[in-house]
Design a protein around this ligand. Structure first.
Ligand SMILES: Cc1cc2nc3c(=O)[nH]c(=O)nc-3n(C[C@H](O)[C@H](O)[C@H](O)COP(=O)(O)O)c2cc1C
Length: 402
C-alpha cells in the first residue's frame, strides 16, 4: 500500500509536497527552527500537471504523494517555475518514473536543467514565453516571467480558470506545514509573519525592483489564491500580505523605531548601546537590540526591513570593525539595505576606527541618512560619552516621523 500525505487545495488541485524539520541551515545560511516546506502541486484536469518538484530531502514522500494522487494516470506535464535545487531536485528522477511527461518551461530554465542534470531534456521540452497559454482541459494556464524573484529563470504560472497564482518563491515563508496548508488555518500574523519577513528579506530582499515588477504584473490579473513554493497557501485575506511585500520591496519601513546592533568584546560598547536604548525608550521610541556575536546577521537584516532607524555600535578590532559587525554590514549592503536613518557608536582603546569604516561600507547603499552626530568611546563610557549618548538619542528622536 502506498503511504501518502497530501491535501487538496481545490477540488482538482492537490498539494504533494513535503516538510523538513531537521534541516539545520536553509541555503546553508538560515536557521529554520520551525522547519520548512517544499511545496509541489498536482493538477488533475483532463491532462495531469505537476507544478515544480521538491528538495531531495523529501523526495521519497513526494513520489508516494504523486503516485497516490495520480492513481495510475500518466503525468502529462511538469511545469518548472524555478530551478533552485530545493524545488527542482527531483526532476531527473521524475522523468525516469514518468517518461511520458512533457516539461513545460522557459528557455532559461531549460538551460539550467541541462546544467544541473544529464537526461535528454530536448525531446521532452515544450518551451513557453511570457503570456503563452497551456490548456489542460478545464484549466487554462498562462506564464508570467519573474526574473530575479529570485533567480534569473524564474517564472510564475497563473491558472486563469480558478485564478490561482503559482508564485514560485514569492509569498513563501519559513516553517513546516503542520497539517495546516492554508494561511487561514493558523494565526499567521501572530505566529508566522516574522518568519515570512525573515524569509522575504534574506531570500529576495535584494531584488526589490524585480519584486515590484512582479507585483505590477500580478495586479493586472484577478487572484483568488496564491500557491507559493514554501509555506502556506493563501485562499483569502491576502491583501495585507501583498501590502507587506509591496512595502518591503520598496524598502519602506513597517514601523518607526530603532534597531540597535552592537558588537562588543568586553561589554563596554554594549553598555553604550544599552544606555542609548534606555534614553530612546524614555523618549517613547521603540527599540530592538541585537548582539551581533550571538544573533545571526540574517535576523538583524530582517529587523532592518521592519524599522526605520538603525544604530551600529562597534568596538574597533585589530584596526577594523569588530568581525561579526563587519559581516553584518556586508550582509546588509548585499541585501540592498537602503532608505533608513543610521547612527554610529564606535569604541577604540587607542584608535577608534569603526564609524569611518562603517560609513565607508554603507556608502554603497542608497538613500541612507547617516547622522553626523556619532559617539566615540575610549574603552568605557564616561560622563562625556554618557552625555553624547543622550544627545544622540535626541538627534534620533528629531528624525523620527510623528
Ligand atoms: C582583539 C582586540 C583587538 C582590538 N583592536 C583594537 C584596535 O585596533 N584599536 C583600538 O583602538 N582598540 C582596539 N581594541 C579595543 C576595543 O576596540 C575596545 O576599546 C575594548 O575592547 C573595550 O570595548 P568592549 O568592552 O566593548 O569590548 C581591541 C580589543 C580587542 C579585544
Amino acid at each position: 500500500m502506498i503511504m501518502y500525505c497530501t491535501r487538496n487545495v481545490t477540488e482538482d488541485l492537490v498539494w504533494v509536497g513535503g516538510n523538513d524539520r531537521r534541516l539545520s541551515l536553509f541555503e546553508g545560511v538560515y536557521k529554520v527552527p520551525y522547519g520548512v516546506s517544499y511545496n509541489s502541486y498536482l493538477l488533475l484536469d483532463e491532462k495531469t500537471v505537476l507544478l515544480d518538484t521538491v528538495d531531495k530531502a523529501v523526495g521519497g514522500i513526494f513520489f508516494e504523494n504523486i503516485e497516490h494522487t495520480l492513481n495510475g494516470r500518466p503525468l502529462d506535464y511538469l511545469i518548472v517555475n524555478h530551478m533552485e535545487p530545493d524545488h527542482c531536485a527531483m526532476i531527473e528522477d521524475l522523468t525516469r518514473r514518468h517518461p511520458e511527461t512533457v516539461i513545460v518551461t522557459n528557455a532559461k530554465v531549460a538551460g539550467m536543467i541541462k546544467q544541473f542534470f544529464n537526461f535528454d531534456i530536448d525531446s521532452k521540452l515544450k518551451l513557453v514565453s511570457e503570456g503563452d497559454e497551456l490548456s489542460t482541459g478545464k484549466h487554462n494556464l498562462t506564464f508570467i516571467m519573474a526574473p530575479m524573484v529570485h533567480w534569473p529563470e524564474v517564472m510564475v504560472t497563473y491558472d486563469k480558470t480558478d485564478r490561482i497564482l503559482f508564485s514560485a518563491d514569492a509569498f513563501g515563508c519559513f516553517g513546516a506545514i503542520n497539517g495546516a496548508l492554508f494561511a487561514d488555518e493558523v494565526d499567521f500574523y501572530r505566529d508566522y509573519f516574522d518568519e515570512a519577513r525573515r524569509y522575504y528579506t534574506n531570500i529576495v530582499g535584494k531584488y526589490g525592483a524585480q519584486v515590484q515588477a512582479l507585483l505590477k504584473k500580478a495586479s493586472a490579473v484577478e487572484i483568488s489564491m496564491i500557491c507559493p513554493l514554501h509555506g502556506f497557501v493563501w485562499r483569502r485575506d491576502f491583501a495585507d500580505y501583498i501590502a507587506a511585500y509591496d512595502k518591503w520591496s520598496r524598502y519602506e519601513p513597517e514601523k518607526q523605531g530603532v534597531v540597535i546592533a552592537y558588537g562588543s568584546i568586553y561589554g563596554n560598547t554594549e553598555n553604550a548601546a544599552e544606555i542609548l536604548a534606555c534614553r530612546l525608550n524614555e523618549l517613547g521610541i521603540r527599540t530592538k537590540m541585537f548582539d551581533v556575536s550571538v544573533v545571526p546577521a540574517s535576523e538583524i537584516v530582517a529587523a532592518t526591513f521592519e524599522y526605520s532607524h538603525v544604530v551600529f555600535a562597534s568596538a574597533t578590532y585589530n584596526g577594523g570593525i569588530f568581525v561579526k559587525m563587519e559581516d553584518l554590514l556586508h550582509d546588509l549592503a548585499a541585501h540592498n539595505f537602503q532608505n533608513r536613518t543610521v547612527a554610529l557608536i564606535e569604541n577604540g582603546t587607542w584608535a577608534a576606527m569603526t564609524a569611518k569604516q562603517t560609513a565607508e561600507i554603507l556608502g554603497k547603499c542608497k538613500n541612507l541618512n547617516i547622522l553626523e552626530q556619532k559617539v566615540t568611546i575610549k574603552s568605557a563610557v564616561k560622563q562625556e560619552q554618557n552625555e553624547a549618548v543622550v544627545e544622540l538619542a535626541k538627534a534620533i528622536a528629531e528624525t523620527l516621523a510623528e
